[in-house]
Design a protein around this ligand. Structure first.
Ligand SMILES: NC(=O)c1ccc[n+]([C@@H]2O[C@H](COP(=O)([O-])OP(=O)(O)OC[C@H]3O[C@@H](n4cnc5c(N)ncnc54)[C@H](O)[C@@H]3O)[C@@H](O)[C@H]2O)c1
Ligand SMILES: [Fe+2]
Length: 386
């Protein structure tokens, strides 16, 4: 994998990471010469107190703003277009996203829909955006998706029950204010799902056909932080050192996948999110073991290194046994963080699998999966995860 002489591009936004980063939002609105901010968020983040906290700072600095909070998990194209309407109605000129991947992805969609004066669905795919959106400030609150540093926006097409990806340099935020304190209000299940999403980002970027030495470095560092800190955060949710390490793990994994793209876990999870509105991180956690098993023969030496990151001693073992131990370690971690269900318990039926497989195969994340699957392969992986 990865010839060092090949041309490579690496895109990352400006970001500030550390406790208190969120308090810099007003300063950045000034830096971007913004006069009115659209704050994109959701009711859960408001309830957790983070919107009041940031908006309070804006008010103190006399920055005019309007809050748009009609964002649901697996954000919908209709919500993006409603947000774009509110932006225009209030003459906004800067966007602040506060929340997890859903408000951040919605905010990205709102920005490009406004500047290009078109429907967000037009941007599906790779490099389909002509004009960048207005300045976008992200304040992530889940230590999970890393949408705040990524070139991705994942939107649900409500009419087609399908999630699609917009992949474009233009949706990389202008600045990300990454404050680990915001993760303190997540409950155990949300912490587990979003932390596992980050781990899957690191592993899929490391397995990706579009990896590079730069993305490998971030993917491996991401795994180190997450594998050390996620189990400890589950044990002691108020441990700020460990919360900060999960946040750093999320950031490194995000820099890796934004530039190396992802693989079959994400393609299949997007399909589940679109058809059945299931939580993204939980889908990833359930699928990971099965997709690694499918991919292992294509990237055996990388499976060994992941085993090493999990703290396994695999020396001298035959390849098949090594893979089995790594799969077991992934399962053990999922159990430890409390994700024990399989897909059937989440409401997936065997009759859903043909449609799920169809949508997963056309997802752009599938292109960089190390082993190229056919439709039956994907159906089999869903069946194993059922
Ligand atoms: N753009 C990207 O690069 C990228 C990458 C991975 C995933 N995603 C997308 O992101 C979405 C998932 O985002 P997510 O996992 O961050 O969850 P989310 O944004 O959907 O939020 C889930 C729930 O958590 C609540 N919440 C958020 N922060 C909280 C906090 N600090 N305390 C208490 N509650 C809080 C929200 O109110 C919401 O109810 C999916 O749609 C997925 O496809 C995007
Ligand atoms: Fe993800």
């Amino acid at each position: 994998m990865g010839n060092i002489q090949e041309l490579r591009k690496f895109v990352a936004p400006e970001f500030i990471v550390g406790v208190g980063a969120r308090k810099l939002a007003a300063r950045y609105v000034h830096n971007f010469a913004g006069t009115k901010a659209l704050v994109v968020t959701d009711p859960g983040v408001i309830k957790a107190g983070w919107v009041g906290d940031v908006v309070g700072e804006l008010t103190k600095e006399n920055i005019d703003h309007v809050v748009f909070d009609k964002v649901t998990p697996n954000p919908r194209n209709t919500e993006v277009m409603e947000g774009a309407r509110v932006y225009l109605e209030h003459d906004c000129d800067v966007v602040i996203a506060i929340g997890g991947g859903s408000p951040m992805d919605c905010a990205k969609g709102i920005g490009i829909a406004v500047t290009n004066q078109t429907h967000v669905d037009k941007f599906e795919g790779v490099d389909q955006v002509d004009i960048p959106g207005p300045p976008l400030i992200c304040i992530p609150t889940t230590s999970g998706t890393a949408a705040d540093v990524s070139q991705f926006s994942i939107i649900t097409n409500l009419a087609e029950y399908r999630k699609y990806a917009i992949i474009s340099k233009t949706v990389v935020p202008d600045v990300s204010l990454i404050d680990p304190e915001t993760s303190l209000t997540m409950d155990a299940h949300l912490t587990a799902c979003t932390g596992m999403d980050s781990l899957v980002h690191a592993i899929e970027a490391y397995f990706s056909k579009a990896n590079s030495s730069m993305t490998d470095m971030h993917a491996l560092q991401g795994m180190d932080y997450l594998l050390e800190a996620l189990p400890k955060v589950m044990e002691n949710p108020n441990d700020m050192d460990m919360r900060s390490k999960v946040t750093m793990g999320c950031l490194h994994a995000g820099l890796a996948f934004s530039n190396a793209s992802l693989g079959a876990v994400h393609a299949m999870a997007h399909s589940l999110g679109g058809l059945l509105d299931l939580p993204h991180g939980e889908c990833n956690a359930i699928l990971l073991r099965h997709v690694v098993e499918f991919n292992a023969s294509e990237v055996p030496e990388r499976v060994d290194i992941i085993g090493d990151k999990f703290g396994l001693d695999l020396q001298g073992m035959p390849t098949k046994k090594k893979t089995k131990r790594v799969l077991q370690a992934i399962e053990d971690l999922s159990s430890l963080v409390g994700i024990k269900d399989k897909l059937a318990a989440k409401g997936v039926k065997i009759s859903d699998i043909p449609d799920l497989a169809h949508n997963a195969l056309i997802d752009p994340c599938m292109i960089t999966n190390p082993r190229t699957p056919n439709r039956r392969d994907i159906e089999c992986v869903y069946e194993e995860a059922l």
